[in-house]
Design a protein around this ligand. Structure first.
Ligand code: DX5
Ligand code: ZN
Length: 217
């Protein structure tokens, strides 16, 4: 499977957001990871549709929208209209996860399911056929710059084994606390889409993207 790097713009300097996205794009970022937080499911409020439509002009890379939003089905059409290519919803936030995933695909987008660190993989049992990507949170969602949760490694490994056993090539995305130390470990466990916030936007963006991508070869 292809390894892909998805810089999380939550760690970018919002004053020059477009320029920083362009820099990450040109350095070789595969996706742009967009953390939408509602102040309900997670304590923070980040940004929403107007920001996503503006930054759509900065890059042609795939917009990987991670909705940390209660009842996210309320906003699927809006995010599709402002340029999302993939929408990931938290299983914990959806009363009708199966229906929500179908709706995302009907909008022509890739559908993702996110699980918090404490949420069991069994939440995926009956929806894998409707899921293009599983996002395993490797920190508790809500903030950038937190420490990687060690128990995630076993969870990634177990999920990859289950997917392989079912002959599924579903992407496994990891998000939170990914840096030069944790990256090789999550890759080895079976993750292939790598979100990195502070490890990309903290310091020299171009150098960071290139170094992380090199480690993913
Ligand atoms: C956390 C967000 C992450 C976050 C990752 O709730 O979903 O995408 O920005 O930041 P780092 O890579 O700094 O842990
Ligand atoms: Zn995220």
């Amino acid at each position: 499977m292809k390894n892909l790097l998805a810089p999380s713009i939550l760690a970018a300097d919002f004053c020059v957001l477009g320029e920083q996205i362009r820099e990450a794009d040109e350095a070789g970022a595969d996706y742009i990871h967009i953390d939408v937080m509602d102040g309900m499911f997670v304590p923070s409020i980040s940004f929403g549709m107007p920001v996503v439509s503006s930054i759509r002009r900065a890059t042609g890379k795939l917009f990987d929208v991670h909705m940390m939003v209660q009842d996210p089905e309320r906003y699927l059409k809006d995010f599709a209209a402002c340029g999302a290519d993939s929408i990931t919803v938290h299983a914990e936030c959806c009363r009708h996860l199966d229906r929500t995933l179908q709706e995302i695909r009907e909008l022509g987008l890739r559908a993702g399911v996110a699980l918090n660190p404490a949420t069991p993989l069994s939440y995926l049992d009956y929806v894998l056929d409707k899921t293009d990507m599983v996002l395993l949170m490797t920190v508790n969602p809500g903030f950038g710059g937190q420490a990687f949760i060690e128990s995630s490694l076993e969870k990634i490994r177990t999920l990859r084994q289950r997917l392989d056993a079912q002959g599924l090539e579903t992407d496994i995305e990891v998000d939170g606390g990914i840096n030069r130390k944790t990256l090789p470990r999550v890759l080895e466990a079976g993750a292939n889409v790598i979100v990195a916030g502070s490890a990309v936007f903290g310091g020299d963006i171009c150098k960071n993207v290139k170094e992380l991508k090199e480690m993913m070869k």
